[in-house]
Design a protein around this ligand. Structure first.
Ligand code: CA
Length: 228
């Protein structure tokens, strides 16, 4: 029989904290899977149904923040960050990397458990983010279709357009776009984003010459029009 318990992946390198969390969550009726490094997380998500990740920011192999950004490229699994430093959280929230909540160490296991329940309730009510009208995203083929035509996009053009298309109306700064769409942020930030947006616009225009779905916000960044 398939278990109906929510399965929580705990990514924490300090054994004492990991054990405390595991014990508390299992006592509270969750199933847990624990790993001490970030590397196994992506493949674990492919192998198992994971309902939520409790992710320590300070991991030995990869920062939890980087890992979360990586996850967000393909997955909507909710993430609650664990951090020892409140100032890390300001950065995380500022970057909008898509964490659902955070808990600052030291925390009580009961508090963490309550946060997990709250996030799961919220997420279960929400539909999957749907792309802007006119666009279709096929992640497995890394393909975006616009007005029925498949766009021929480079790797970063695809990543960038996907970010915009999934949140129509939301204004992203160039830094945010760089952060969300690039595996390794490059140095010539602004111009790189601008150059790719320019190419994307040309490709969209080739499909539908009268509409420019991308809005430039001078001195800020870009958004995708909501009213197309
Ligand atoms: Ca740690």
């Amino acid at each position: 029989m398939k278990s109906t318990k929510a399965r929580i992946l705990v990514v924490e390198d300090e054994p004492a904290i990991a054990e405390t969390i595991q014990y508390a969550l299992e006592t509270d009726g969750f199933e847990t899977v624990c790993v001490a490094t970030g590397k196994p997380v992506l493949s674990l998500l492919e192998e198992q149904q994971i309902d939520l990740i409790v992710l320590d920011i300070g991991l030995p192999d990869i920062s939890g923040v980087e890992l979360c950004k990586e996850l967000r490229k393909s997955d909507r699994v909710p993430v609650i960050f664990l951090t020892a430093r409140k100032d890390e959280i300001d950065r995380v929230v500022g970057l909008e990397i898509g964490a659902d909540d955070y808990v600052v160490k030291p925390f009580s296991p009961r508090e963490l458990s309550a946060r997990i329940r709250a996030v799961l309730r919220r997420v279960r009510k929400q539909p999957e983010p749907s792309p802007a009208r006119g666009f279709r995203i096929d992640d497995s083929r890394r393909r975006i279709t616009y007005c029925g035509a498949a766009l021929d996009l480079s790797r970063y053009e695809y990543n960038l357009l996907k970010v915009l298309v999934l949140r129509p109306g939301h204004v992203f700064s160039r830094d945010q776009l760089m952060d969300l769409a690039w595996e390794v942020p490059e140095s010539s930030m602004d111009r790189t984003v601008d150059a790719h947006i320019k190419n994307i616009r040309i490709k969209l225009k080739a499909v539908s010459p009268d509409i420019d779905p991308i809005v430039t916000h001078r001195g800020v960044g870009y958004s995708l029009r909501e009213d197309i």
